[in-house]
Design a protein around this ligand. Structure first.
Ligand code: HSE
Length: 431
């Protein structure tokens, strides 16, 4: 076989990057793979948009059927994003017995079982390296390189927008609004950064990481999600004084055949490697029984880092297809011992808590009394200087406590007449 034809659906930023990389590296790829990769058709709804690559008009189409119905095309690269029509396009491609490469984390997090079932029935594959961490090879690492490990914990900083905003709050002491404004000006944050800041994008990626690490697709609804929109500059500052940095962490833990999957702003020790992951960078910490600990680090978004991963997947497929070999990877889901996913109220954690209280004798005793009644042990406490007349911030760190007890205690404390505003509680991971 001299060449393999592919079809690209979605010719936006990432699509243009993929075309550019395939062209720029065509000789290198041919030398390494022994065949050339030919982009036979590119489909997009908008063919007029200015792009960084020029493509012959005969290659462009608005009609996706020209890709799906073309028997010459062996691989469909889906870069549309979102659920619809990306899902229908992928399902149709699989039914036409074409392999699929996608970067679509939202779609995988919501519809993976349906998609992989369809792929299995048609004996074709779906590769998705670019869906988590863009160019960071975390999918391949978890699925192939770490195959013999029992994965214990994953901590991911997997959303560049949130990480940029939190980094600016930490380093520049800008508040969230200002940090987000700068992120938008620099092109790091989208105009509608809702999915990023609310933690949903991180949750999509966590579902994928959990499937790779623990062998099952957990429904997105089982992932606890809390974004960074309520993180205040005061909490960033107090955390720093205590030796911590606040990061939006995607956490996966496996213990006693149970899983914990959660995304939330988290205090992590300043001395830990993950705390120095700044700006739009991503990092994924993995602990396993054989490897002990590893950290994968790099740009988790952007045209070329994402294109690098997409082209890597295309190359994997091409490498197998050229010899007519069957394209295979280790089994993604299998019968595991995992019985269930814990709900957030069942977890235990250390907590950072902050109250705004009236500066009056006995207030601290009342707060610690309620915490004590709920079996929450205080590790440290400090009362800050008054911020306004009679109101003082009180910051506490607790020892390991149950989330359920913490919620009940905070509800009670929040009802005290001496407490102004809802108490703030952030989970702490020692890593
Ligand atoms: N919007 C994502 C981020 C990039 O901010 O990291 C794509 O996954």
């Amino acid at each position: 076989m001299e060449r393999i034809d592919i079809g690209l659906v979605g010719f936006g930023t990432i699509g243009s990057g993929v075309v550019k990389v395939l062209r720029r590296r065509s000789k290198l790829l041919k030398k390494k793979l022994g065949v050339s990769i030919n982009i036979r058709k590119i489909c997009d709804v908008n063919l007029r948009r200015k792009r960084i690559v020029q493509v012959d008009s005969s290659v462009l189409t608005r009609d996706v059927r020209q890709i799906l119905d073309d028997p010459q095309i062996k691989i469909v690269v889906e870069l549309v994003g979102g659920i619809h029509p990306a899902k229908e396009i992928i399902i149709q491609a699989l039914r036409s017995r074409k392999h699929v490469v996608t970067a679509n984390k939202a779609l995988l997090a919501e519809c993976a079982e349906e998609i992989f079932k369809e792929a299995g029935q048609n004996d074709v594959r779906v590769f998705f390296e670019a869906s988590v961490g863009a160019g960071i090879p975390i999918v391949k690492s978890l699925r192939e390189s770490l195959i013999a490990n029992r994965i214990e914990r994953i901590y991911g900083i997997v959303n560049g927008t949130s990480n940029y905003v939190l980094s600016q709050m930490t380093q520049q002491s800008w508040d969230l609004r200002r940090s987000l404004k700068i992120a938008r000006q620099k092109g790091y944050a989208e105009k509608r950064a809702f999915l990023d800041l609310k933690g949903i994008d991180s949750a999509h990626k966590l579902v994928i990481l959990a499937a790779l690490a623990f062998g099952r697709w957990v429904p997105l609804s089982k992932v606890y999600v809390e974004g960074i929109t309520d993180v205040s500059l005061s909490d960033v500052d107090y955390a720093r004084e205590l030796g911590y940095v606040i990061k939006l962490l995607a956490v996966a833990k496996s213990e006693n055949d149970e899983l914990e999957l959660r995304v939330h702003p988290t205090l992590i020790p300043r001395r830990h490697l993950l705390s120095s992951v700044g700006g739009v960078y991503n990092a994924i910490y993995v602990s396993g029984d054989l490897i002990e600990e590893q950290v994968y680090y790099g740009r988790g978004a952007g045209m070329f880092p994402t294109a690098s991963a997409v082209v890597g997947d295309i190359a994997d497929l091409v490498d197998a297809l050229k010899d007519g070999a069957c394209v295979d990877k280790p089994q993604l889901v299998y019968k595991t011992n995992i019985r269930r996913v814990k709900s957030i109220s069942e977890i235990t954690s250390r907590y950072y808590i902050r109250f705004l209280a009236i500066d009056r004798p006995g207030v601290l005793a009342k707060i610690s009394g309620i915490l004590g009644q709920h079996k929450i042990s205080i590790a440290s406490v400090s009362q800050k200087e008054r911020k306004s007349a009679r109101i003082v911030p009180i910051v506490m760190m607790t020892h390991e406590a149950s989330e359920r007890s913490m919620r009940l205690a905070l509800e009670k404390i929040g009802c005290l007449e001496t407490i102004k505003r809802k108490p703030v509680a952030l989970r702490v991971e020692r890593l």
